[in-house]
Write a protein that binds this ligand. Structure first.
Ligand code: PLP
Length: 483
């Protein structure tokens, strides 16, 4: 597209990431979306981390509480005008109170949150960017473990000018963050003349679907103490933990270590949103939680650019204050996610495909390395194109999450019906069987191999570890990706 001369560099630069392969799959899906009745040959959307499993619980609550949607207060009085008039950027206290209650409940009430330390934002997207505006700018780096949520390139870098330097994690230890990977990323940032300002982790992880252990969190805490930098924990999936080990919030570690009064107390920040746990991404409700009064004050002022509407705040304050509802919803939603997750894992397993063992999230991190024609990212894209265009499943390639190993894909399971998931599993099984049959000299009869065993395919021209790392870093710096 020809660049209009009179626009700003921000408006015309290409770092937003909407041209990435990740979006191509979405565009293809939009052209030909699967429908159980009207378009059975269409593309099934497995690239969207949306939670549609518990809508009935929200809808039945709404039908039992008609006043809320009818702009009426507790006693049936009309509150339309109150909601329609000016809202200042501090947000409604009743909503902030309900939100912190819900956040504590999701953490088993092991930590409590103070509503005055909560900043409301239009989703976690806005929360992450606002926090970055508070912590970093051009010349600064944020260290982020790979693989990571593709939207971070947009949210953390695009408008703030900061850079992401990846902390490379690999399948050799189930993609866990290690001390040497942290130190290496720190050195890498310095060699690029970047000033490291923070480590940002997603716990539970998107795209891994795993929770961080206390040990890992302690390691991160020690690292940020040592380097005197910030720690941001994006806990947007905290309510999706359906299996052991249970979720540990970074705020719990801060409390347990009795860090109140220590410098680091002010340098740990949590990002949250109702997009995943409640399945409400369209409502745009997110938050930053921080003990740092300067961050809270600055972020509150900045939140003017992305407030949550009063109407939404009112609705959610009533919903989330209902203890009976929240308690039942949290448990029921987890059970449904657990069941769905097991259907995906067993469906893939019957096609000879393994997933990284996981206990949370709305997706699985799937190992398709044995289906690659070579151990390269080109082969990953080749396989991805086949899966999107021929198998008609829109899935996300690991390279869009900056994974350093070709052959991993993210598959979402909570944005469709069980019947649609079933169709997707049948399609993938047929596809794998077809590959195995058509591949000359393949030990086809034995495709039920565990992920850690040698791939069926022989690898051509493998990239060295160093060139892979360079490739992923280049992607991170220059090629933004999207959710
Ligand atoms: C880790 C992570 N952070 C932030 C977001 C953005 O969420 P929201 O819809 O609340 O802006 C997502 C969405 O997929 C995500 O996975």
């Amino acid at each position: 597209m020809k660049q209009p001369l009179s626009l700003s560099s921000k408006a015309t630069c290409n770092t937003h990431g909407q041209d990435s392969s990740y979006f191509l799959g979405w565009q293809e899906y939009e052209k030909d979306p699967y429908d159980e009745i009207h378009n059975q040959g269409g593309i099934i959307q497995m690239g969207l981390a949306e939670n549609q499993l518990s809508f009935d619980l929200l809808e039945s609550w709404l039908s039992e509480n008609p006043n809320v949607a009818g702009f009426k207060g507790n006693h049936g009085e009309l509150i339309f005008r109150e909601l329609a008039l000016f809202q200042d950027y501090h947000g409604r206290l009743s909503f902030k109170q309900a939100m912190v209650k819900f956040m504590a409940e999701l953490r088993g009430n092991k930590v409590s949150f103070d509503p005055s330390k909560l900043v409301l934002t239009a989703g976690a997207t806005s929360a992450n960017e606002t926090l970055m505006f508070c912590l970093a700018e051009k010349g600064d780096a944020i260290l982020v473990p790979t693989p990571y949520y593709p939207g971070f390139d947009r949210d953390l870098k695009w408008r703030t000018g900061a850079e992401i330097v990846p902390i490379h994690c690999t399948s050799s230890n189930r993609f866990k963050v290690t001390s040497s990977a942290l130190e290496q990323a720190y050195r890498e940032a310095h060699s690029l003349d970047l000033n490291v300002k923070a480590v940002l982790v997603t716990n539970p992880s998107n795209p891994l679907g795993t929770t961080m252990t206390r040990k890992e969190l302690s390691l991160l805490m020690d690292f940020v103490i040592d380097k005197e930098i910030h720690l941001v924990s994006d806990e947007i999936y905290s309510g999706t933990v359906f299996g052991p080990p249970s979720f540990v919030s970074i705020m719990e570690v801060l409390d347990e270590r009795k860090y109140d009064g220590h410098d680091v107390w002010d340098r740990v920040h949590v990002v949250y949103s109702l997009s995943k746990d409640l399945g409400l991404p369209g409502f745009r409700v997110g938050a930053i939680y921080s003990n740092n009064e300067y961050v809270v004050a600055a972020a509150t002022k900045m939140s003017s650019f992305g407030l949550v509407s009063s109407q939404t705040q009112h609705f959610l304050s009533v919903l989330l204050s209902d203890d009976k509802f929240t308690c039942n919803y949290i448990e029921e939603n987890k059970q449904r996610l657990k069941l769905r997750h097991s259907l995906l894992v067993s469906g893939l397993s019957s096609a000879g495909i393994c997933c990284l063992e996981s206990n949370s999230g709305l997706f699985c991190w799937v190992d398709m390395r044995h289906l690659l024609s070579s151990n390269t990212f080109e082969a990953e894209m080749e396989l991805w194109r086949k899966i999107v265009f021929r198998v008609k499943l829109n899935i996300s390639p690991g390279s869009s999450c900056h994974c350093t190993e070709p052959g991993w894909f993210r598959l979402c399971f909570a944005n469709m019906s069980e019947a649609t998931l079933d169709v997707a599993m049948r399609r993938i099984k047929e596809f794998v069987a077809e590959i195995v049959v058509t591949r000359p000299g393949n030990p086809a009869s034995n495709n039920q191999r565990p992920s850690h065993s040698r791939p069926l395919t022989s690898f051509r021209s493998p990239l060295s570890k160093k060139s892979l790392a360079k490739w992923v870093f280049r992607l991170s710096l220059h090629d933004g990706r999207e959710r």
